[in-house]
Design a protein around this ligand. Structure first.
Ligand SMILES: Nc1ncnc2c1ncn2[C@@H]1O[C@H](COP(=O)(O)OP(=O)(O)OP(=O)(O)O)[C@@H](O)[C@H]1O
Ligand SMILES: [Mg+2]
Length: 367
């Protein structure tokens, strides 16, 4: 599909911005009885951005997506798409399309008919429809399969049909709720790159929901980390990983080693820790603390060391197995020193004490 060619969009209220954001949320709130779904979210997503909502189960990701699509009405707040207030507009009048986890393909229609369905409903003439469906089929690499029915496809192929069916309508914003959840790891990783390629190619704004931090980091321009219906932090992947603002974010994205020294709480990531044996000396300027290697875990491309510092905290250090790992496996139980550069530590925002603890979300990756 070619890069979108759309007519000029309506100006934002007041006309101050010639390029309204693709999506803007102001104080959006949604409760289900006493249960908090979304708890006052402010958010701006730029046109053409790959934006991800990341958070543990129950953190409000799907609720937020359904509010954006119009399947739910917020209790408070405002939702703007392309500078237009759509808060009380029904889903079919919004310039969005949604890809759900279960794809919801029509079983009695062929791949081509599934993909062209939305265009047919809109009354797009047959010739144009055929051309657009063909382009979409090429884009998701399903050439030759367009006469098959969904039950004659693999899981990954069905996923591609669902994606093509949404993209072919050229929505302003495409909403995707854990669309790769049903796929095995290898196919999922392949589809992550594929989705990113397609998104760049069509230039549509993607709002993507996942509970998988690696998936979020791989695909996104920016990520919003959610907990308890609120956004904890928004930023590009590198910033979230390297400079987490709260304990929750530090614990949810990657392994977080938390330390408190002189009343200051900070994070140091496993790959920034150096393990020093008796004969090793630290590089100048490094902080050094003694401890014991309690466990050594070989994980193929890297080795993980669970260390207990003499001051009491458990820390995880990781080393890439660029050379033979046999030697590393021998240091279990030994006294060592851990060293890190002060510039590789990140002080956490002390005011923003999170309600959810990182320990409670550790299992969500295996969900
Ligand atoms: N229709 C509903 N009725 C009552 N409570 C609901 C409803 N939908 C969602 N909730 C609750 O709102 C909260 C947020 O749910 P939501 O589905 O948005 O979470 P999520 O982040 O998408 O989780 P998951 O990763 O498990 O899909 C949860 O506590 C959930 O139980
Ligand atoms: Mg969900």
């Amino acid at each position: 599909m070619a890069v979108k060619s759309k007519e000029a969009k309506p100006e934002a209220a007041g006309g101050q911005s010639p390029h309204p954001a693709a999506l803007r949320l102001h104080g959006v709130r949604k409760n289900y009885g006493h249960v908090v779904g979304v708890d006052g979210v402010d958010l701006t997503v730029d046109e053409g951005e790959f934006f991800t909502l990341l958070g543990p189960s129950g953190s409000g990701k799907t609720t937020l997506l359904r509010l954006i699509a119009g399947f739910e009405r917020p209790d408070a707040g405002r939702i703007e798409l392309g500078g237009r207030d759509v808060t009380s507009m029904p889903p079919h009048l919004r310039e969005t399309n949604t890809v759900f986890q279960d794809y919801a393909l029509f079983p009695h229609m062929t791949v081509g008919e599934n993909i062209g369905y939305g265009l047919r409903v809109k009354g797009v003439p047959a010739a144009e429809r055929r051309e657009r469906v063909e382009r979409a089929v090429r884009m998701v690499r399903l050439v030759g399969l367009d006469k098959r029915r969904p039950n004659q496809l693999s899981g990954g192929q069905r996923q591609r049909v669902a994606l093509a069916r949404a993209v072919v309508n050229e929505p302003e914003v495409l909403l995707l709720d854990e669309p790769l959840g049903a796929l095995d790891l290898k196919l999922r990783q392949e589809m992550q790159l594929e989705l990113k390629r397609i998104q760049k190619q069509v230039g549509i704004t993607f709002i993507y929901v996942t509970h998988d931090q690696e998936e979020a980091l791989t695909m996104s321009d920016r990520v919003a980390v959610m907990a308890n219906g609120r956004i904890e932090q928004i930023g590009p992947p590198l910033e979230l990983y390297e400079r987490p603002a709260t304990e929750f974010v530090a614990g949810f994205i990657g392994i977080s080693n938390l330390l408190t020294r002189d009343g200051i709480k900070f994070v140091v990531r496993p790959e920034k820790l150096h393990i020093l044996l008796e004969e090793d000396s630290p590089e100048p300027g490094m902080t050094v603390e003694p401890g014991v290697v309690e466990q050594v875990i070989y994980v193929g491309q890297s080795t993980r060391f669970n260390v207990r510092l003499d001051q009491g905290e458990p820390l995880v250090a990781v080393r890439q197995n660029t050379e033979a790992a046999d030697e590393a496996l021998q240091i279990g139980g030994r006294r060592i020193r851990l060293a890190w550069a002060p510039e590789h530590t990140y002080v956490l925002d002390q005011q923003q004490e999170p309600d959810a603890k990182p320990a409670s979300v550790e299992n969500t990756k295996e969900k």
